[in-house]
Design a protein around this ligand. Structure first.
Ligand code: NAD
Ligand code: DAU
Length: 339
């Protein structure tokens, strides 16, 4: 399909985080005419190193907060699109302290929407499948764009709020918006607090992997590169005011993922601990991405989870200097929570 919108200057909020930085690399490598401005507050989850190697003529990095309306007044007028990734993203943190989630995910999205409205800039909102709540393990249905919102955690409730504002700004003010709701990403540059990197780096450090509760919860894994291509496709070809679900048929329960990591890393398959479960733990997510596939022609390229996971294990093995500085503090925080 041909592009119906061809942005030349995009602002990527949260572009120094996991998925945002992967998206920036994707755009720089695949769309030579596009200049990227990353706006990132460099919280504990942001790392300037995630953007290392990108030439200066392709990338402007701005260290700042999406809640800063004056800063937005300075940078938004030069952009033709905002791709909004910045968020507090970790469920366990939102249970320990919800406040930063309300500030960044709700107020931050509001500030960006107001700036986009003031300067008539196209807005793509990156959201999550968690806004739909969870499915029973044996439910034959998956989430679709029509599934009612039913968020469980402070994190997902703030993402649901931000989605609702984007819809309202489109309908009431005619802002040119699209929304994508994606399932669990894996790949390089993911913070060691998250499930897959936590277990890989645990094994590399000689710590036993930690499984919450019985470990039967299911997540629908997608490689972050497939997510990046989907977001670009929606930004450039998606219909305004629409929501598109992104997923790659990657359902796995947590025990299977831990056992796969242990097997890839040459360890016995039962070499892990069961720890305290997450309060309100969503049982299962599953995405039906028919709309994105049929309407916009997107397809996942990483269809073999095990080989994507092997590559991810290799990346963490080869990039110890990237994750080692944050590992100890992350594990200390989990220890306090009994996890
Ligand atoms: P992340 O925590 O790795 O990165 C978040 C980035 O946002 C960091 O660079 C951080 O410094 C920045 N940030 C946080 N607060 C900010 C603020 N107030 N102002 C400016 N920058 C700020 O998150 P991620 O996993 O890469 O997720 C990115 C986005 O994708 C989020 O909106 C998340 O809801 C969504 N999402 C994530 C997944 C997933 O599996 N990780 C799946 C679907 C959707
Ligand atoms: O579905 C999309 C969402 O996926 C995104 O919106 C979130 O930003 C992202 O963090 C992710 O949320 P989850 O809560 O599903 O991801 P997490 O990596 O925290 O946990 C994945 C599963 O693994 C979940 O069932 C909890 C479990 N888990 C997690 C950790 C950190 C464990 O069993 N052990 C652990 O140590």
């Amino acid at each position: 399909m041909t592009e119906i919108f061809s942005p030349k200057n995009i602002i990527v909020t949260g572009g120094a985080g996991f998925i945002g930085s992967n998206f920036v690399h994707y755009v720089v490598n695949n769309h030579p005419g596009v200049h990227v401005t990353v706006l990132d507050a460099l919280t504990y989850a942001g790392n300037r190193e995630n953007l290392a190697g990108i030439p200066d003529d392709r990338l402007t990095f701005i260290h700042g907060n999406i809640c800063d309306a004056e800063l937005l007044d300075r940078i938004v007028p030069q952009a033709d699109a905002i791709v909004h990734y910045a968020a507090e993203s970790h469920n366990d943190n939102s249970i320990a302290d919800p406040e930063p989630f309300v500030k960044t995910n709700v107020e931050g999205t509001f500030r960006l929407l107001e700036a986009a409205r003031k300067y008539d800039v196209r807005f793509h909102h990156v959201s999550t499948d968690e806004v739909y709540g969870d499915l029973a393990l044996d439910d034959p249905h998956k989430f679709t764009e029509e599934t009612p919102y039913h968020p469980s955690s402070p994190y997902s409730s703030t993402k649901a709020s931000s989605d609702m504002m984007v819809r309202a700004w489109h309908r009431t003010f005619g802002l040119r918006t699209t929304i994508s709701n994606c399932s669990n990403n894996y790949g390089p540059y993911q913070h060691v607090e998250k499930f897959i990197p936590r277990q890989i780096t645990n094994v590399l450090e000689g710590i036993r992997p930690k499984l919450y509760g019985a470990g039967l919860n299911v997540r629908d894994w997608i490689h972050t590169e497939d997510h990046s291509r989907a977001v670009w496709t929606i930004l450039t070809q998606g219909r305004l005011g629409e929501t598109y679900l992104i997923g790659a048929n990657g359902e796995k329960n947590n025990i299977d993922v831990i056992e796969m990591i242990l097997s890839i890393m040459g360890k016995p398959s039962d070499d892990y601990d069961h720890v305290k479960d997450r309060p309100g733990h969503d049982r299962r997510y599953a995405i039906d991405s028919t709309k994105l596939q049929t309407e916009l022609g997107w397809k996942p390229l990483y269809t073999d989870f095990e080989s994507g996971l092997k590559k991810t294990v290799e990346w963490y093995t080869e990039h110890r200097a990237w994750w080692e500085p944050t590992k100890q503090a992350t594990e200390a925080k989990y220890k306090k929570q009994g996890q």
